[in-house]
Design a protein around this ligand. Structure first.
Ligand SMILES: [Zn+2]
Length: 239
């Protein structure tokens, strides 16, 4: 596994996809002293040190705003070689880089220190600067079964964007009538759509659809006529 480890990853997923856990597990899977085909042992000194965040093989940074000072701190940390395994630096809220911080970090990504892997975590991959994204391997994490909050469970059949596209306008509107009955459900569906659109990004129509969905989500904080807005969205999206 360690032979194929990249210098930078972008882990994205919605709430409930446990990106932090995935980062730790990855660090353990690479560094574990007793690893098997099934993965790390979760019991050796290395696995335990990763679990306890002692900073030898795994360091975690979590700040909603990432300034240039933080980036300098990481650069200092990774300056020294890591001969006893690979150091993983986990960075939450990857969408929060200031311009200055992003520029400084790009220099690190362009000449990555050996033995170090950065893992950027985000719930909003569409907000992560494209210059940073292009230097990371992007892994999209699904929501794990059984970890969705109760209020996120839909009480009516979910329709993906793909299935929506093949439906008549009347059927779309009938479905929206159900969707609009509950704001939280509507938000959940729009979040799932964003994931789906994001995986197919690249074409102009999908980029436009991403913008439309984001606009709709951000409007939800106002006391608007939800049904009207959602109707408007499903009539315009990808047609
Ligand atoms: Zn182990």
């Amino acid at each position: 596994m360690s032979d194929h480890v990249a210098n930078a990853y972008l882990f994205s997923g919605r709430a409930g996809s446990f990106l932090h856990v995935a980062g730790r597990y990855f660090a353990a899977a690479v560094n574990c002293q007793n690893k098997t085909q099934e993965g790390p042992c979760c019991d050796c000194t290395v696995c335990r040190s990763i679990e306890q965040n002692t900073g030898v093989h795994f360091v975690e940074f979590a700040s909603e705003k990432i300034g240039v000072d933080a980036v300098r701190q990481w650069q200092e940390l990774v300056r020294y070689s890591h001969e006893n395994g690979r150091l993983f630096v986990s960075i939450s809220w990857a969408e929060g880089f200031s311009t200055e911080a992003a520029n400084a970090f790009l220099k690190t990504l362009e000449e990555p220190p050996s033995g170090v892997t950065f893992i950027l975590l985000t719930r909003q991959p569409w907000s992560v600067l494209s210059t940073i994204q292009s230097r990371c391997q992007h892994l999209v994490f699904p929501v794990l079964t059984g970890t969705i909050d109760k209020e996120e469970t839909l009480t009516f059949p979910y329709l993906s964007i793909e299935s929506l596209k093949s439906m008549s306008l009347l059927d779309r509107l009938a479905w929206v009538q159900e969707l609009a009955k509950d704001k939280i459900q509507a938000k959940t569906v729009l979040g799932l759509w964003l994931d789906e659109l994001w995986k197919n990004r690249g074409s102009e129509s999908y980029s436009q659809a991403i913008e439309q969905v984001i606009e709709n989500i951000s409007q939800m904080k106002y006391n608007l006529n939800l049904r009207l807005h959602l109707e408007n969205l499903v009539m315009r999206i990808l047609v």
